[in-house]
Design a protein around this ligand. Structure first.
Ligand code: CO
Length: 134
């Protein structure tokens, strides 16, 4: 069921500095920042040959990233995203295996305009996992 690693999302306390580090020190292809008001984040997409890195920075007062950065002031890995072909079939298979889906269990449209779900980190070895239908 599980497909490619779509992205690793890293919450950062300074979006400009982190973007510049990937651009200059790592020589990566770094895209301009994009505001995602529906998700409470500003995102910078970094394209790697085999996957993407997404730098996440809080947008607005209710950003889900604010609490994360309070606990991790120097930033940290926020979630990983795996691709699936059929998100509803994936959800049902995961639930049948005892994994909890966050929210009301229905897919939402994610930062890439595609349906996504998040799995409870306590069920996934302490890692927030996003599934994206591609
Ligand atoms: Co994501």
């Amino acid at each position: 069921m599980i497909g490619r690693l779509n992205h690793v999302a890293i919450a950062v306390p300074d979006l400009e500095a982190a973007s510049e580090q990937y651009r200059t020190a790592l020589g990566a292809k770094v895209n301009p920042p994009q505001d995602e008001p529906d998700h409470g984040v500003t995102v910078v997409f970094i394209e790697l040959p085999n996957t993407k890195i997404e730098l996440l920075y809080p947008l607005g007062d209710n950003s889900p990233i604010l609490g994360f950065l309070e606990k991790n002031p120097s930033g940290g890995i926020h979630h990983v995203c795996y691709e699936v072909d059929d998100i509803l079939a994936a959800r049902d298979q995961l639930k049948a295996n005892g994994l909890r889906v966050l929210g009301n269990g229905e897919p939402k449209i994610g930062a890439h305009g595609k349906p996504v779900l998040f799995l409870h980190p306590k069920d996934m070895n302490g890692t927030l996992v996003e599934l994206e239908q591609v």
